[in-house]
Structure formats: C-alpha cells, structure tokens
Design a binder for this molecule. Structure first.
Ligand code: ZN
Length: 163
C-alpha cells in the first residue's frame, strides 16, 4: 500500500490573511500575511498545505461564493508566485442560525476529515494551525495535532513545533 501523505492544515483568517473582524466580506479587505517562507519550509518537508475555514458569512448573505472564489484564487496565485502550492481550500458555508447544524463548521472536524479522505492523509503525522480554540478542537477531533497561534502571528515562530 502506498504511504499516506502528511499535511499541515491551516485556518485562513488570522493565519494566512489578516483577521478583519468576524468575516472578510470584500476582496479589498483580503490582505495576505507574509508567511510565504514559512509555508515553503513546510512544503519542502513534504507537507501538503490545506486550508480549512469557516465561512458562515455565506449563510448570512454577507458575500457570495463568487467573491469568496476570487479571494481564494488570489490566495493560491500569490503563494504560487512564492513557489508554494496550496493543495486545496475547504470551507464551511453554513451558520447554525441560518442553515442549521452541519458537520463541517469548526470546532466540528468535517473540513479536516474531507481533506484527510480526499488526499489520503495520515492524521497522526499532520497538524492544524489556527488562531482560535475551535481550530485546535477540530484538529483534535480529526486526530491531528492542533497548534494555536495568535491572530496574525508570524508562522515562522511555530515551525519548531512541527517535525
Ligand atoms: Zn458546515
């Protein structure tokens, strides 16, 4: 059987782009943080880089799937320019007040489980970096190690926590 992949899952807001309150609703407010080198280091160590983000603003109608897709295209393009491949971006479009419960809104592990399944990932060798307790909870529930960072903290500061 082929060896399983390992991954570093990443929260989006506050980890890859600047935290801007509850949601980033407009492309103009989507500002990437300079974590290019840090993620290149992880990629070079053989980790897939996969984003897992709650986007309850979709359920609230605060922005559209098109607007979100534009942000995510930009995210991937900018990382590509720095030699970093973002393997995939999983997002939860739900919000309990608007669409009811779901299995993917963090702290539920659904987004991570989707990634683990789709990319044949070994959770025991994988991590989830997020800036909220719910990220760590989702990671733990999916069997990956959670790493809590401060919002907008440079990821270079936590690289030593990843083997
Ligand atoms: Zn969901």
């Amino acid at each position: 059987m082929p060896a399983k992949n390992k991954a570093v899952f990443l929260d989006r807001d506050g980890v890859l782009n600047r935290e801007m309150g509850d949601y980033v609703c407009h492309f103009e407010d989507f500002h990437l943080l300079d974590n290019f080198e840090a993620l290149k280091t992880l990629q070079d160590k053989g980790y897939l880089l996969i984003v897992a983000t709650n986007q309850g603003g979709l359920a609230k109608g605060w922005y559209s799937e098109d607007e979100l897709a534009k942000m995510h295209r930009h995210l991937k393009e900018q990382y590509n320019k720095h030699g970093v491949e973002i393997t995939d971006i999983f997002y939860c479009p739900h919000h309990p007040d608007f669409t009811g419960d779901c299995d993917c809104r963090k702290p539920k592990p659904g987004l991570l489980l989707q990634g683990i399944e789709k990319y044949n990932i070994d959770p025991a060798k994988s991590y989830f970096i997020g800036d909220r307790e719910r990220d760590v909870e989702a990671g733990t529930a999916a069997g990956v190690k959670g790493i809590l960072v401060d919002s907008n903290q440079p990821l270079s500061e936590v690289l030593n926590l990843i083997e």
